[in-house]
Design a protein. Structure first.
Length: 312
């Protein structure tokens, strides 16, 4: 009887021992799985997506669901929180991309223009009579193309075309007392445009005949019109700190928006969504992209130092 009890006790101890071992193995496997999931998510957000440098232009699709960036080699798109990248077709020393409602215009430094969809399907092409130079802009919905040139000893001249660059009209620009850095056109009004300079933002509502200056003394690095009839702009300036403003020309008002996130970086491009008035994206000199869906109250980073972050 004693031997049976001893045998039973030995089996009980053995069963408890192996049960403990099984629990330890289960806990280790669970911990390992947790670590792997965390790593996978982190890897997806930090090293996944796409990489980019030398962004030459950007925009939104007509339905506002796709953000795109054009570089000297690739076309990048961001949709539903996921980045995609593909090689540019028919690339020939591209220098600039302009957003249009059907896709984009791919501009060559020699003055060769290609109209394409976001799937890179050709829509048309044209060779300008002069090399690419100066500042360019395009009315997203109006279809008007603008070209600003500074002529030595003659000041600035604004050229505009309603037929894709086949014919041009010229307006002499007066009263610009600073170097022009950016040219922006209203997407909905052919006569409204803005010139960002080293000493402020000049906005015209009569195709350059007259200008009203905002942010006097500030260096304007980027700007973008909204798609409402109000023609409001988001404008970024550089200085000791980067700042973001909303300009409302109809009220001659400028509003300083809180943008501490990028105060030590330079905003190089701003995009407003054509289908969602509350959504905008801004890009910095160091390759960071920030997106807002509530008119700038909150911003989410979707790219960091030229690397797209998926899932944002």
């Amino acid at each position: 009887m004693k031997k049976k009890n001893e045998a039973s006790g030995t089996k009980s101890v053995s069963w408890v021992f192996w049960l403990l071992i099984a629990k330890i193995i289960f806990i280790l496997l669970l911990a390992g799985l947790t670590v792997w999931i965390i790593y996978a998510v982190h890897a997806s957000n930090s090293t996944g997506g796409v990489r980019f440098t030398h962004v030459l232009g950007a925009g939104y699709s007509k339905d506002g669901k796709t953000l795109w960036l054009g570089t000297n080699k690739r076309l990048l798109t961001y949709k539903k929180g996921i980045w995609h990248s593909e090689k540019l077709k028919n690339r020939a020393h591209d220098d600039m991309f302009l957003a249009i409602s059907s896709g984009f215009i791919q501009m060559n430094e020699t003055g060769y223009l290609q109209w394409k969809t976001l799937k890179q399907e050709p829509l048309g092409h044209r060779k300008l009579n002069e090399p690419l130079g100066g500042l360019w802009a395009f009315g997203y919905k109006t279809g008007r193309m603008y070209h600003l040139q500074t002529i030595a000893g003659e000041g600035s001249a604004l050229r505009y075309s309603d037929d894709g660059g086949a014919t041009w009209k010229v307006v002499k620009i007066k009263h610009l007392d600073a170097n022009a850095q950016i040219l922006e056109a209203s997407p909905v009004d052919k006569r409204v445009l803005a010139i960002g300079t080293t000493r402020g933002l000049y906005v015209s509502t009569d195709l350059g005949a007259h200008f009203h200056r905002y942010l006097k003394g500030y260096s304007v690095t980027s700007a973008a019109f909204g798609f409402s009839k109000q023609n409001a702009l988001l404008v970024a300036v550089a200085g000791k700190e980067t700042a973001l403003y909303q300009i409302i020309p109809q009220q001659e008002k400028s509003i300083n928006l809180d943008m501490g996130t990028v105060e030590n970086d330079t905003v190089t491009q701003i995009l407003q969504n054509p289908a969602n008035s509350g959504e905008a994206v801004m890009m910095t000199k160091h390759g960071d992209l920030y997106r807002t869906e509530n008119s700038g109250q909150n911003w989410t980073i979707i790219a960091k130092k030229g690397r797209g972050l998926n899932g944002n």
